[in-house]
Design a protein around this ligand. Sequence first.
Ligand SMILES: CC(C)(COP(=O)(O)OP(=O)(O)OC[C@H]1O[C@@H](n2cnc3c(N)ncnc32)[C@H](O)[C@@H]1OP(=O)(O)O)[C@@H](O)C(=O)NCCC(=O)NCCS
Length: 167
Amino acid sequence: MANSHIKHLIELAQDESLIDLLGWNTFFQPNETEEFIEAISSYAFPYSRKSQLIPLGIYLNQENFPIGYVVLKCLNMDLLTAEIGVAILDKKYRNKGYGKLALKRLIVYAFNELGLKTIGAVILLSNKSSINMVKNIGFVVTEVKYKSWPMPNGDLADMVFMELTKS
Ligand SMILES: CC(C)(COP(=O)(O)OP(=O)(O)OC[C@H]1O[C@@H](n2cnc3c(N)ncnc32)[C@H](O)[C@@H]1OP(=O)(O)O)[C@@H](O)C(=O)NCCC(=O)NCCS
């Protein structure tokens, strides 16, 4: 993504309701592109490694700005694992199938091109629609960690750990 496209995502992310869905403070200054990328690269599985990050914009066509992002992060090339994240930040494009499609494309890339064997997703227990989405793709719940995620307001939130294996 070009820097101007990340700035566009930062603008779209200025939305209070996203904090309760994503679990981090989504308000950044336009020039805080590195901080934004750092925020979408958080990880939680014990096997995850701070590693190369693959953030991709979700585009409806090539001339426009992205409506959201998918990210493959925390690659562990010894165990062939990684974690994913996704957000359709432009609200008017939610619930139209784009989030699920983008995630599925990233998963195909991760399994077929990068040779990964397991992909993890860590989602707030309260974020039912995202849990639904990854379950529909084939992820299974491996663990629920209660009061494990520090929210920006200081509360500890419950997290669902889910995995998809290539087989
Ligand atoms: C979660 C998100 C990425 C889904 O993308 P989307 O394009 O809006 O959703 P889609 O239209 O692709 O729908 C995907 C699935 O989500 C589920 N879903 C979507 N909206 C839902 C709702 N209001 N209630 C329940 N499930 C819902 C459905 O299971 C759907 O799968 P199906 O088509 O097989 O029934 C998007 O809504 C978003 O960015 N939300 C805010 C940020 C967020 O929560 N990110 C995920 C953090 S892990």
